[in-house]
Design a protein around this ligand. Sequence first.
Ligand SMILES: NC(=O)c1ccc[n+]([C@@H]2O[C@H](COP(=O)([O-])OP(=O)(O)OC[C@H]3O[C@@H](n4cnc5c(N)ncnc54)[C@H](O)[C@@H]3O)[C@@H](O)[C@H]2O)c1
Length: 270
Amino acid sequence: MSFNLLKGKRGIIFGALDENSIAWKTAETVHAEGGTFVLTNAPIAMRMGKIDELAKKTGATIVPADATSEEDLDNLVAKSMEILGGKIDFVLHAIGMSVNVRKGRSYTDQKYDFTAKGWDVSALSFHKVLQSLYKADAMNEWGSIVALTYMAAQRTFPDYNDMADNKAYLESIARSFGYFFGKEKKVRVNTISQSPTPTTAGQGVKGFNSFINYAEKMSPLGNATAQDCAEYTVTLFSDYTKKVTMQNLFHDGGFSTTGVSQEVVDNFSE
Ligand SMILES: NC(=O)c1ccc[n+]([C@@H]2O[C@H](COP(=O)([O-])OP(=O)(O)OC[C@H]3O[C@@H](n4cnc5c(N)ncnc54)[C@H](O)[C@@H]3O)[C@@H](O)[C@H]2O)c1
């Protein structure tokens, strides 16, 4: 399935680690839709992941950047325009990491150095990316910037830990920066609130397997997969969504507005 929705558009895709990554599926789908892009990830992920394989498949160039480093980001933005031959039309921020989650610290027993690091990587990095693009005047008019988030920003999921607070901050940045990017550059900024998805980051959350099954049963359309998310992201990069900005868009098969489903109720029948 391909409609050439992104023909002639240039972008930057953050966060493709392996074939399960939402960013990986997005890169493949953007490529199928005619878009060209630079792939980027933290230098350490270059060694652990398989980004070279994705670059080869999609004809992309890789420019490493730690998304917490302003210097790396400024270099990434400048190099991307050089490599792609002009200003940028779309950007995907697909970055998340909690040191507290990794180290098994609960929400009520956080080590604040870990909290600060996770916030910098998962939330503030989005502001840094936006500011770097903004200051370099790197975005074309009617360009589109998307970051990925999760519903724990609005409702409590105890095992999501400090990532819930990071996602709330991330979503707020999309609104705040979206104002300036819209007014001054006619660029849209949105977050997609995605279903639980079996990726490296997703599976790091305690009890993930039970939770993804529960979400599947609670969602009238079933969980949205990484590929579904890639396709939704492509619509937001396309010219068919030009006036959608500063939104948090739920992409979750209806989970966020379902009170309870019959399958879940049946589990509690006497
Ligand atoms: N998997 C889920 O259940 C789910 C649900 C909703 C939202 N999301 C969000 O989707 C996004 C993508 O995650 P994913 O699930 O595809 O997992 P993933 O583990 O494949 O991707 C996370 C990426 O973040 C990158 N990263 C970490 N630190 C970085 C840094 N300092 N600089 C640059 N990149 C860095 C990693 O290298 C990795 O590529 C994240 O924001 C995540 O929170 C995931």
